[in-house]
Design a binder for this molecule. Structure first.
Ligand code: F6P
Length: 340
């Protein structure tokens, strides 16, 4: 069997560990041959495909990024199903393992519906895919954000300042919630729970009054009570896409004005996606890679590997891409008891 592998959408620590897990198991146990599809769906529609022998994946599990490259190309915008079929036939590719987030898995589901032999592997640092308990990359991102909060706290304490720390999470607040809890933040602000400026100021002042340097962790998709949704365009970027984010930079001066406490802002951005994956993410990603091979061998087309408790299982791609896994209110309230 000849299997193509692609990584698509935003990158994520652990992608290379998935590739290694799949290639090593597929080659060693099933004698399969692997092809690397460059830059996600772009490689599949533009025929940018390379051999991916086992020796090329040696030692890969600790390496960040993706050796295959990635893009946000949608195969249905750029050539569509006919082009995918043509490129697969040209390389005698029997199946595709598509590693990606919601957009990638939605495209994979549509291709599977059209009869393409495809298995998905979920990936996102945001941990917002509902059909899996955890995605690899999340643990690494939380670790980086937590270490950053620890570092920002010592400088904030020295200067008796408040620190606003913006973390990733356009639609959900999992990174903010976990890193904020681990780092002992005085306020955690997530897209799922809008807050008023008055409430944020109360938490910050209460921390200051107890002699603490207040740390406010804010997810990039957070909105103040009554404010427009962050997806509302704030101008266009160089690629003509709406500019998003910037909540940390906006919130810092507002906190300073409301509390009179000198405030600084740190936006962690892509630091959260770069570098080596944590041990947990290497293990999960490797298991997803070997699990994807099992799904291919069993011809479970149109499914995705998923973590259920501690077991790697498969779920239908239709169930995997419909609902975003948001932070439940009860989880937020549990953390909010510690604010201030
Ligand atoms: O992977 C998802 C995510 O990390 C979001 O939290 C963030 O908004 C987005 O990626 C940033 O993507 P890009 O790399 O395109 O700026």
């Amino acid at each position: 069997m000849r299997i193509g592998i692609l990584t698509s959408g935003g990158d994520c620590p652990g992608l290379n560990a998935v590739i290694r897990g799949a290639v090593v198991k597929g080659d060693r146990i099933h004698g399969q041959t692997f092809l690397g599809i460059k830059d996600g769906w772009r490689g599949l529609v533009e025929d940018d495909v390379i051999p991916l022998p086992r020796h090329d994946v040696r030692g890969l599990s600790r390496q960040g990024g993706t050796i295959l490259g990635t893009s946000r190309t949608n195969p249905f915008d750029d050539g569509g199903i006919d082009q995918v079929r043509k490129v697969m036939a040209h390389h005698e590719m029997d199946a595709v393992i598509a590693i990606g987030g919601e957009g990638t898995l939605t495209a994979a589901r549509r291709l599977a519906d059209e009869g393409i032999n495809i298995v998905g592997v979920p990936k996102t640092i945001d941990n917002d895919l509902s059909a899996t308990d955890y995605t690899f990359g999340f643990d690494t991102a939380v670790e980086i954000a937590t270490e950053s909060i620890d570092r920002l706290r010592t400088t904030a304490e020295s200067h008796h300042r408040c620190m606003v720390v913006e973390v990733m999470g356009r639609h959900v607040g999992w990174i903010a919630l976990h890193a904020g809890l681990a780092g002992g933040a005085q306020a955690i602000l997530i897209p799922e729970v809008p807050q008023s400026m008055g409430q944020i100021a109360e938490w910050v002042e209460s921390a200051r009054d107890r002699g603490r340097a207040p740390i406010v962790v804010v997810a990039e998709g957070f909105t103040l009570d009554g404010e427009e949704h962050p997806d509302a365009p704030r101008g266009l970027d160089a690629f003509g896409r709406p500019r998003l984010g910037g909540i940390g930079e906006r919130l810092g001066p507002m906190v300073e004005d409301a509390t009179g406490i000198e405030t600084r802002v740190a936006t962690l951005g892509h630091l959260q996606r770069g570098g080596v994956p944590s041990a947990y993410d290497r293990v999960l990603a490797t298991r997803f890679g070997t699990g994807a091979i099992d799904a291919v061998v069993e011809q479970k087309w149109g499914t995705m590997v998923s973590l259920s408790g501690t077991e790697v299982v498969t779920v239908d791609l239709h169930d995997a891409t419909t609902v975003l896994k948001t932070v439940p209110r009860s989880r937020y309230d549990e953390a909010a008891i510690l604010f201030g």
